[in-house]
Ligand binder design. Structure first.
Ligand code: PMP
Length: 363
């Protein structure tokens, strides 16, 4: 079979070298004659894996020592509720910034759990010159006492990314499900970072939580034990049996990232990949981007065909050319090419040449 480039937004493609290693050791992990799926999470070999994974992630993201790293269940949405239950208590209020579908979904979960009176919402996306643009508010002038402010720096569905940090008087909680490890960030600017694993880390189901120690003292609501941050910290993320295979694969991805030059190297490659694709979209009237240049996501490039009637043909011919999963999210339509760390530049080049040829043949 010739090369397939998988542009799925998630579960997304994983580095080929990692998949090949996992395949090789699937039946015999670590010389034990059994699969990593078949050993106790409390065995010394598995504990060694978890320690290595944490230390690699700390190194990759320069995570300060006053932050805990947790490996939890329930993907991104699991954290929508965990954040509320762990930090709001009976009388706490939170501010939610909305810049797209996922931050909107997070607000809805917060309101369900904490009630409308305890959740304030601020839309931060405007239409400027016909395209979506993020206008960050000055949070320091808001005279309120929030436990935290929540936002999503990369909106996977809408293709919107926020590159500046929030200037916030309250701890910042960020849903980095689709841009974690794609560029350098200063972790100390955040109170909590969470990410579902299935884009830049590993298989779905697992989520990574990076939480500043002092936030664990906030009053919490009654909640299920497996989503309790304090219990997770106390039990080294093993209060109950963790998703061990996903953890193993995440560990392999971290080790691949380190061997590939770390986040700095990824960031440079991601800038280059995104620039090539946006340049093609901007050069041809055939394609349209609905996002202002300064907020165009490097991870999820959304675009429309000027003639929507050609969407079906575009997807069909792209697939025949080995370029799969380019259909935009069902809620917004159009196209979306997800360019996570594992996507090689060759995949972007193949997509760009296909798009140019398709435009020439159908203009
Ligand atoms: N947040 C973001 C930014 C996402 O992209 C997604 C999933 N695509 C989620 C949250 C939800 O993740 P999950 O399906 O793992 O709950």
């Amino acid at each position: 079979m010739s090369a397939i480039f998988n542009f799925c937004a998630g579960p997304a493609m994983l580095p080929q070298a990692v998949m090949q290693k996992a395949q090789k050791e699937l039946l015999d992990w670590n010389g034990q004659g059994v699969s990593v799926m078949e050993v106790s999470h409390r065995s010394k070999e598995f504990i060694a894996l978890t320690e290595q994974a944490e230390s690699d992630l700390r190194q990759l993201m320069s995570i300060p020592s006053n932050y805990h790293v947790l490996f939890m269940h329930g993907g991104g949405r699991g954290q929508f509720s965990a954040v509320v239950n762990n930090f709001l208590g009976n009388d706490g209020k939170a501010l939610y910034l909305v810049d797209g579908s996922w931050s909107q979904a997070a607000v809805e979960e917060a309101i369900t759990l904490a009630g409308e009176n305890n959740v304030d919402t601020l839309n931060i996306v405007d239409l400027v010159d016909g395209v979506k643009q993020v206008c960050l508010p000055d949070l320091s002038v808001i005279d309120k006492d929030y436990r935290y402010v929540h936002y999503c720096p990369n909106e996977t569905v809408d293709g919107i990314e926020i590159f500046e940090n929030l200037n916030s008087p309250w701890p910042v909680v960020a849903d980095m499900s689709s841009n974690i490890l794609s560029r350098n960030i200063d972790v100390s600017q955040f109170g909590l970072i969470y990410a579902g694993a299935q884009k830049n880390i590993g298989p779905s189901g697992l989520s990574i939580v990076i939480v500043r120690d002092d936030l664990l003292a906030l009053p919490s609501l009654p909640q299920s034990s497996i989503m309790d941050y304090r219990l997770a910290v106390k039990n080294d993320s093993m209060y109950n049996t963790p998703p061990t295979f996903a953890w193993y694969l995440a560990a392999e991805v971290f080790s691949w990232l380190k061997a590939s030059g770390g986040v700095t190297q990824m960031e440079q490659a991601n800038i280059k990949k995104a620039q090539r694709l946006y340049q093609c979209i901007d050069e041809l009237d055939f394609y349209v981007s609905g996002v202002a240049k300064q907020n165009r996501s490097r991870m999820n490039v959304t675009f429309q065909l000027a003639n929507e009637g050609l969407d079906g043909l575009f997807l069909e011919q792209a697939k025949a050319a080995g370029l799969v999963a380019l259909k935009g999210h069902r809620s917004v339509g159009g196209m979306r090419a997800s360019l996570y760390n594992a996507m090689p530049i060759e995949g972007v080049d193949a997509l760009v040449s296909f798009m140019k040829q398709f435009a020439a043949e159908n203009s």
